[in-house]
Design a protein around this ligand. Structure first.
Ligand code: ATP
Ligand code: ZN
Length: 288
């Protein structure tokens, strides 16, 4: 019997990306038995094997074909600079890689860093930034707890991942210069064979449907018939909105899809145009 081909995906074993990565697969309808203490597990209803790795190792493993795919932060992808392909941004694990200096320091631009020592776990990205800016500074690579470096006199600036900024604040630092915006991405080996590419397309189709659904809301509202055209004009929809007569004469029910980015603005305008009973419902999957 021919052995079934499976895609092998590298996922962070534990840490900030683990849960969202598993959740994404679940939202794609992929069932995985929970066995995170193991090195690997497999999906019961999709040709996928999951390997659990440290996030830093994932680009290398994907380059070396230990795994076909991986989910990892862009910060790690661009720091490691391996020969892999970024397939899709996944919309979670959002953070930025930023330069921070002690509170009260007057940072007026990258020239401030000239001749200073910067502690970081991202020497490649910091070096690239300094070169782009034409600034010469010393990069001091450390493996963890970068935020304490200025306090103990090890460096006068740091470059680290930030999401809320509270860790910096607690360590007497201020974020002064973002150098990279990052989120989790799906990466793949550069030389997948056609059979594996076909499985990847199926997975990607599901991921894109989940992502679109998250960015969109289903909206239902009641519109007075005399302002129906105005209200329909406000709704972008996928094609055109569905309009159904209500039991009450002179009113219609309008259904459509709204993008999160334009959501609040359009809701305001709909209310002003006389829409009532506006219901906003999450969408589970969206295939367009
Ligand atoms: P591992 O044991 O796998 O090496 P780690 O300690 O290097 O884990 P985590 O702190 O779990 O990594 O972060 C994993 C990824 O989560 C980061 O590389 C980054 O892409 C993303 N991330 C999102 N927000 C933040 C944040 N505020 N601080 C650090 N990482 C963040
Ligand atoms: Zn790591």
């Amino acid at each position: 019997m021919k052995q079934e081909i499976k895609l092998r995906i590298g996922i962070q074993k534990s840490g900030r990306l683990h849960e969202d990565s598993m959740k994404l697969l679940k939202e794609c309808g992929i069932e995985v038995s929970n066995g995170v203490n193991k090195l690997k597990t497999e999906a019961s209803n999709f040709p996928l094997e999951l390997f659990f790795f440290r996030d830093d190792d994932i680009p290398q493993y994907v380059e070396d074909s230990v795994a076909d795919l991986g989910i990892v932060g862009e910060n790690v992808v661009y720091e490691k600079n391996k020969k892999i392909t970024v397939v899709e941004k996944l919309g979670f694990g959002k953070c930025r890689l930023s330069i921070a200096v002690p509170k009260g320091e007057n940072y007026e631009g990258p020239a401030y860093l000239s001749g200073k020592r910067i502690a970081t776990t991202y020497p490649v990205l910091v070096d690239r930034f300094l070169k782009e800016q034409g600034v010469e500074a010393e990069i001091h690579e450390i493996s963890g707890s970068v935020e304490i470096a200025p306090g103990i006199g090890l460096a006068s600036a740091i470059c680290d991942l930030v999401s809320s900024g509270s860790t910096l604040f607690m360590n007497g630092l201020q974020e002064v210069q973002p150098i990279l915006q990052s989120q989790a991405v799906l990466i793949r080996n550069n030389a997948l064979d056609p059979e594996r590419m076909a499985i990847l397309s199926k997975l990607l189709f599901r991921i894109q449907a989940v992502k679109k659904a998250k960015n969109n809301k289903y909206i239902l509202l009641n519109a007075p018939n005399d302002r129906l055209q105005e209200i329909i004009g406000l709704l972008p929809g996928m094609k055109s909105p569905t309009v159904l007569p209500l039991a009450e004469a002179g009113w219609s029910s309008v259904h459509s899809v709204l993008n999160e980015n334009e959501f609040w603005e359009i809701i305001e305008k709909l209310k002003d145009a006389g829409a009532q009973g506006i219901l906003v419902v999450p969408i589970e999957k969206m295939i367009v």
